[in-house]
Write a protein that binds this ligand. Structure first.
Ligand code: ATP
Length: 589
């Protein structure tokens, strides 16, 4: 397929707000692609040239992209910047400039050719690489038609946001095969152990569904992490899963460790590669994990060797940084409390019972049973039959500065990408009626009045996710309770995500409209006193036609957070991992 044809599909996607129509367009696109083009198209649609968990950095600053394009059109970079700021999208500006050119290019470049050129541009390194990138990119833009140019320029600057998630892509692959979404569950199962849409699309087209169903975990490809259900009484845990294993719930951050020989790669919950951030953990894995090929998970938590105690989350989280890594590693040493094993020396263990996975994990960690010496430590475990014992373990964990406990079903399998009763978290909150925090996605913000005008932000709108329809529904607008530095941090995170129009995946009541809309990306953990019902929020809201049938009215109000306050920024979570409407319903019971 030519890149020009591919761009027409992108245009159709851009022009629709309906998820179903998007699914159909994507399905049509994939059915017309050759097998070898599937991966290229899947990555390009996500605005990159590699799978999401290993994004290719273009290292090509927006300023340089503008300079190279200004040169191409023989205008001043400042003029191009001004024009682009006015229009709000560099792609449209470049498309317009190309349309004004005398001879409009009818490019015959295939997707494959354009992809290869983008890869070459991204990979230029060393002396003179910026010049080569600029030259190569301007050359590529000169070779394509205006519509292709519109989408191509958005790729290196990270602005090709088509507003659909990986789940819509899976629906589209299903639609391509069957004309409906019936294969979504099966495809999603494969995606959870191998979250590479390019790979899944290729296998599906080339070898069919049965081959996709056989996709297995591989070292260095992250597995989407399993999550825990929540319960608020020890007795409920016993009633639900019977005799079980209790582990402390360490309050740090989760890592999935992939090791083959001496090579170690660490993935965060959001599937980002974090290897370079934690050289101490990498070294500890090399020294203390005996298995040659292994995938396991644990919670990294700051540890004070002098007092043999855990550090609070606020300190542990300071280890997440891009600079000054080794100094911080000395100041805040980490321990990795390891709680699960998913793969070992060629065998996929996600279907093995938890007791067996944990046993294998223990066997593969060289331990001195001495927290001052060991850095990779199997999570403590106790088999319990009675609620009373669970309460005692919970009190003990809290007294040690931990968050609570995790109860694990002895025979439970590992369920990638799923919140499952095989793991139950039991945390207590003394300060509010809502026992758990809510992970919300920031959807937009208002400029604010008075003192806040100086900040540039006065309130922000947050919502929860509906995985079924790939949509975000509002649950609170938060305008108080943040410290000055938190407002600054929030603004610095969301300002670059500004979009010209409300994303089609946002379901927002007019009364909650924002001055600025942002791409769904930033997740914030919100604590609230209560979950109430409100007609102005759309989470869980049910609408019906008015008696006259000409308009819509609220049948059941939505869910809203009372006295919401920001607890943490959850940069480790993707927006699709935000709390779902279904969970809100359970929490509010
Ligand atoms: P929370 O905000 O309550 O930590 P979450 O939404 O981040 O929850 P969940 O999957 O619901 O994630 O809760 C489980 C999390 O608890 C894991 O992701 C992991 O980071 C952490 N954790 C701490 N100790 C353990 C343990 N022993 N076993 C499993 N997970 C643990």
């Amino acid at each position: 397929m030519t890149f020009s044809q591919f761009s027409s599909y992108i245009q159709k996607i851009e022009e629709t707000a309906s998820r179903l129509t998007m699914t159909e367009i994507l399905a049509d696109l994939f059915s017309h692609l050759d097998v070898h083009e599937c991966a290229h198209a899947a990555y390009l649609l996500q605005g990159n040239i590699s799978p999401k968990y290993r994004p290719q950095q273009f290292n090509f600053a927006e300023k340089l992209v503008i300079r190279s394009l200004a040169e191409l059109f023989s205008i001043q970079p400042a003029q191009l910047t001004q024009q682009y700021k006015q229009e709000g999208d560099l792609g449209t500006t470049i498309q317009g400039l190309k349309q004004k050119q005398k001879s409009i290019n009818k490019s015959k470049h295939t997707i494959e050719v354009v992809f290869a050129k983008l890869v070459a541009i991204a990979q230029y390194e060393g002396a003179g690489s910026q010049e080569r990138k600029m030259h190569g990119f301007a050359q590529l833009i000169s070779e394509v038609d205006p519509l292709s140019a519109r989408y191509l320029v958005r790729i290196p600057v990270g602005a090709l946001r088509l507003g659909f998630s990986d789940m819509t892509m899976l629906d589209a692959l299903s639609w391509m095969m069957t004309g409906d979404k019936s294969l979504r569950r099966k495809l999603q199962k494969a995606y959870h152990v191998f979250p590479d849409l390019g790979y899944i699309g290729t296998v599906l087209k080339k070898q069919g569904l049965s081959a996709v169903e056989k996709i297995k975990p591989e070292v260095f490809t992250p597995i989407i992490m399993m999550r825990a259900e929540r319960i608020t009484s020890a007795q409920d845990i016993i009633d639900k899963i019977g005799t079980c294993i209790i582990e402390p719930k360490y309050d740090g951050f989760r890592l999935q460790v992939h090791k083959k020989g001496d090579k170690v790669v660490l993935f965060t919950r959001g599937l980002e590669v974090a290897t370079y951030m934690y050289p101490d953990i990498v070294k500890a894995v090399q020294d203390e994990v005996s298995a040659d090929e292994i995938i396991f998970e644990g919670e990294a938590i700051g540890y004070n060797p002098e007092t043999s105690s855990f550090l609070p989350f606020q300190l542990t989280v300071q280890r997440k940084r891009k600079h000054g890594i080794s100094e911080k590693a000395k100041e805040i040493p980490l321990k990795l409390y390891s709680f699960d094993l998913l793969y070992l020396d060629g065998t996929n263990h996600i279907h093995s019972p938890f007791v067996e996975r944990k046993k294998l994990l223990r066997e593969n960690i060289d331990n001195h049973n001495d927290a001052t010496k060991d850095s990779i430590i199997p999570a403590e475990e106790t088999v319990v039959e009675e609620a009373k014992r669970i309460e005692a373990l919970f009190d003990d964990a809290v007294a040690r500065g931990l968050e609570g406990i995790m109860a694990k079903k002895m025979t439970g399998t590992y369920q990638p990408g799923t919140r499952d009763w095989n793991w139950i978290k039991y945390k207590k909150s003394y300060s509010s009626k809502v026992t758990d925090t809510i992970d919300c996605v920031v959807m937009g913000y208002d400029f604010g009045k008075g003192k806040r005008t100086a900040f540039g932000i006065g309130a922000f709108l947050v919502g929860v996710f509906d995985p079924k329809n790939d949509q975000y529904f509002t649950i609170a607008k938060i305008g108080t309770g943040l410290k000055d530095e938190e407002w600054h941090k929030l603004l610095s995170l969301i300002k670059p995500l500004k979009v010209a129009h409300i994303p089609s995946s946002f379901i927002v009541d007019d009364l909650m409209a924002c001055d600025v809309w942002v791409t769904p990306k930033i997740v914030v953990e919100i604590r609230a006193d209560e979950i109430t019902r409100s007609p102005v929020h759309t989470a869980g809201r049910v609408m019906q036609k008015t008696k006259t049938g000409t308009a819509m009215e609220v049948k059941e109000p939505g869910y809203a957070l009372r006295f919401p306050r920001l607890e943490h920024f959850r940069l480790d979570k993707s927006p699709q991992e935000a709390t779902s409407i279904k969970e809100i319903k359970t929490i509010s019971l």
